[in-house]
Write a protein that binds this ligand. Structure first.
Ligand code: ZN
Length: 293
């Protein structure tokens, strides 16, 4: 039996491809680490895959059809399973207060196209579902991947119930804030990083629910996205700040993994381990899901 305070985290072997970019390989070793019990209080659950129809809320039908016909069955299975995990984590968050999915490759995807390792924008999907299915009035999307979340802005930036906060270290997929609901900061040195994260959290004050894109590709050893001076300690403190904010404000929250890539000093297991602080911090906190809404 699973203790009731365990955090539900969604993952299935279908998420994992045998090779290629870490976006679709790293959840394999990470799930093994979790199954071995390295983080206490985690309940690993297999999601149901997303359906084509569920995707039409955010993507063009022709784009989805093209994707399914042009890409390999393994990739399609991975995308549909890991997007189902985002949806199931969102629903679980409203029951358990916090939840996660070991999904990556979401925030650059646009309405009608793939971009930067991202095919389906699960963040936009989750934010819209929080409103339509769970009655949230104000949903925050916190994007702390090293790259900007231009796909999410394109898909839900105009939605008056959605607040966006994005702290990046890189101008890839940059977007232009067009409302006081939007916060975007591209940091130029590691010294200012945590301060901007605190400002992003302040910007999200008062939301009913938080969807967190917990990228780790700012880490200085990541070849893609890494910034000198952003160490494991800095990222550990970031995860503590985000999780503690959720607990202090009693805001139901869910996370996905987002970026995190290898380099000369970082193998796939090392990339998977970069994401452990997110899981550890969210397993630690307690949020009463009924406290908002
Ligand atoms: Zn990234």
């Amino acid at each position: 039996m699973t203790p009731k305070n365990d955090i539900p985290i969604y993952w299935a072997p279908d998420y994992v491809l045998k090779g290629g970019v870490e976006t679709r390989t790293k959840s394999g070793p990470l799930a093994e680490i979790l199954k071995a019990g390295e983080v206490r209080g985690v309940n690993l659950i297999a999601p149901l895959p997303v359906t084509r129809e569920e995707l039409f809320v955010i993507h063009d039908e022709q784009y989805i059809d093209r994707l399914v016909s042009d890409e390999t069955p393994e990739l399609i299975r991975s995308i549909f399973s890991s997007t189902g995990g985002v949806r199931d984590a969102l629903d679980a968050m409203f029951v358990h207060g916090r939840a996660g999915s070991l999904s990556s490759g979401l925030h650059h995807a646009k309405r009608d196209k793939y971009d930067g390792f991202c095919y389906i924008n699960g963040l936009a999907l989750a934010a819209l579902r929080a409103i339509s299915k769970h009655g949230a009035n104000k949903v925050g999307v916190l994007d702390l991947d090293s790259h900007c979340g231009g796909g999410t802005f394109q898909l839900v930036g105009e939605n008056e119930k959605i607040l966006l906060a994005d702290v990046s270290c890189n101008s890839f997929d940059v977007w232009q804030p067009s409302s006081d609901r939007h916060y975007l900061k591209i940091v130029r040195s590691a010294d200012e990083y945590l301060d901007k994260v605190k400002q992003a959290l302040k910007h999200l004050d008062g939301v009913d629910a938080l969807i967190y894109n917990a990228g780790m590709d700012q880490f200085e050893d990541c070849t893609t996205g890494g910034m000198r001076g952003i160490t494991r300690e800095v990222l550990g403190e970031r995860e503590r700040l985000v999780a503690q904010w959720c607990e202090d404000t009693q805001t139901p929250a869910m996370f996905v993994l987002a970026g995190g890539y290898g380099g000369p000093n970082l193998d796939l297991d090392g990339v998977a381990r970069l994401h452990l602080p997110t899981i550890r911090e969210f397993a630690r906190i307690r949020i009463n899901a009924k406290s908002k809404n």
